[in-house]
Ligand binder design. Structure first.
Ligand code: 3HC
Length: 469
């Protein structure tokens, strides 16, 4: 059966984006909302998104009209009777979803496929609440849906043969890349992404660095498209909190307990972009400190090249310097500052308890790096956030849930990462990541920070890359 007409129920940010994606690919869409007010908000999302594309010259005005002409908006679910596929994107409350699927099951033709865009609830449970569990799947899009190229197709143990493949084919027709996976909490992307975001919220609470500092390290240093707090605001803090709850329920891994700071913000109604205020306020962008450039004497331990560059920039080496930099090493003594260079643009600067960060921060600015002041904790910010994520990816692969190529593609296309976790692991170096994980484990004694056995195994075998099948 070729899917030609699609229903989308729920026209919030995700639902409206999904409706746009289908209509852009030439399919007829029926968009359903609960009442007129919600419907008009949904229309607003759709018109703004297409309007922006026209403004940027990415879409001709007549194409926008054609796309809008393919979307019929209604508050009457009965209009879904003719749809070949219905995608649900309503709030993440199981009781709402069960009631909706019960309704859809009665309204839609028997051969229609019913899909959920849930980011956290079990697809199997939603399927089981209908009389056609074999034709219920997950179709998980990523925010912003018109931009992110991944669709996770989630099949359950009762999905009929061919249905997941048909949905994967449909995703390709939409210009997306499908990854077909089983029904585990968080699927691939949220299972790897959300614990990292939660961890960032914990580092902020522990005062390891500031909100702007952590975002700068991950965006400008690690090269991710957004820092964790900007991304939490995009996803929604309520959604993020719910996903963490569901992950924790399934894994009982205490790292998956939602960060208390998330709960506080959600309770205060600060849900991120959707409420106009989350970790960032409206119109607030990450701040950058202005360069100062104080003349200083210095000494560098652990990086001769850096010492050379500072000399070339006019600074003098001294036995008793103003600033003593330890590159990559823990600094302990008076005036010692640990410096960790992240990517091309950032330097984490972590003074010992007796020292201050300013002099080292100035030197880093002179070298064209944004300094981010951190407390001296294992892994500082970049490694503390990246390495456990890489380790989780290795464990996910080793569990048999998803293959290396699928995991890499999912993180690149679902989150806009410059590289997937296996690609990242290989470019940083397996041993370096393993050693970093050991350091994190030694400090925090967190069982999940122990290097994955498969990582240890590959290193013991002398391999520098994961064998692809
Ligand atoms: N709707 C439609 N289009 C949008 C958009 C939106 N909300 N936001 C951005 N765009 C488009 C722009 O129009 C632009 O299109 P063009 O290249 O054709 O002109 C393109 O996206 C790039 O936008 P900008 O230049 O304004 O901004 P950036 O280059 O900074 O990119 C971003 C913005 C695409 C959001 C990028 O920062 C990114 O990839 N961020 C990561 C997002 C991410 O990780 N999403 C997944 C979250 S997890 C999830 O959704 C799962 C859920 O279950 C929790």
């Amino acid at each position: 059966m070729a899917v030609e007409s699609v229903g989308v129920v729920g026209l919030g940010t995700m639902g409206a984006g999904i409706a746009e994606v289908f209509a852009r690919a030439g399919l007829d869409v029926v968009g359903v909302e609960a009442d007129e007010a919600a419907l008009s908000r949904g229309r607003g999302h759709l018109e703004r998104s297409l309007g922006r594309a026209v403004e940027r010259g990415k879409l001709a005005p007549d194409e926008r009209e054609a796309i809008l002409g393919r979307v019929r908006l209604t508050t009457d679910r009965a209009e879904l009777a003719g749809a070949d596929l219905v995608v649900e994107a309503i709030p993440e409350v199981m009781a709402f979803k069960s009631a909706l699927f019960d309704d859809l099951d009665r309204i839609c033709k028997p051969e229609a496929i019913l899909a959920t865009n849930t980011s956290s609830l079990p697809v199997t449970k939603i399927a089981a609440s209908t009389g056609r569990p074999g034709r219920v799947v997950g179709l998980h899009f990523f925010n912003p849906a018109p931009v992110m190229r991944l669709v996770e197709v989630v099949r359950t143990v009762v999905t009929e043969p061919g249905v997941a493949e048909e949905m994967a084919e449909l995703a390709r027709r939409l210009g997306k890349t499908p990854v077909v996976v089983g029904d585990r909490a968080g699927f691939v992307v949220n299972r790897l992404l959300l614990p990292y975001l939660n961890h960032a919220a914990l580092l902020l609470e522990q005062g390891v660095a500031t909100r702007d500092g952590i975002d700068t390290v991950m965006r400008q240093g690690a090269g991710l498209p957004m820092g964790p707090f900007a991304l939490l605001d995009l996803i929604g803090l309520d959604t993020s909190y719910e996903v963490m709850e569901v992950l924790y329920d399934e894994t009982r891994d205490r790292r998956h307990a939602p960060a208390p700071g998330l709960r506080e913000l959600v309770a205060a109604g600060r849900l991120g972009r959707k409420s106009g205020h989350g970790f960032y306020g409206p119109e607030e962008a990450p701040a950058q400190a202005p360069p100062k450039g104080t003349p200083l004497t210095f000494r560098v331990v652990g990086d001769d090249e850096l010492a050379g560059r500072l000399e070339a920039a006019g600074f003098k080496q001294a036995a008793e310097p103003d600033v003593l930099l330890h590159v990559g090493l823990a600094a302990t003594g008076e005036r010692e500052v640990r410096v960790n260079l992240v990517g091309e643009g950032v330097a984490e600067v972590a003074p010992s308890l007796h020292a201050t960060a300013e002099g080292a921060a100035d030197l880093m600015r002179v070298l064209g790096r944004t300094p981010v002041v951190c407390r001296q904790r294992a892994g500082l910010v970049a490694e503390a956030l990246l390495y456990p994520y890489l380790n989780d990816a290795v464990r996910m692969y080793d569990s048999g849930y998803a293959g290396i190529e699928d995991i890499d593609a999912a993180m690149r296309l679902g989150c806009g990462y410059p590289a997937g976790p296996f690609e990242m692991l290989e470019s940083i170096g397996l041993e370096r990541v393993r050693d970093g994980l050991r350091e994190l484990h030694a400090e925090y004694r967190e069982p999940a920070y122990a290097p994955a056995p498969l990582l240890e195994e590959l290193i013991a075998a002398g391999l520098t890359a994961f064998p692809r099948r």
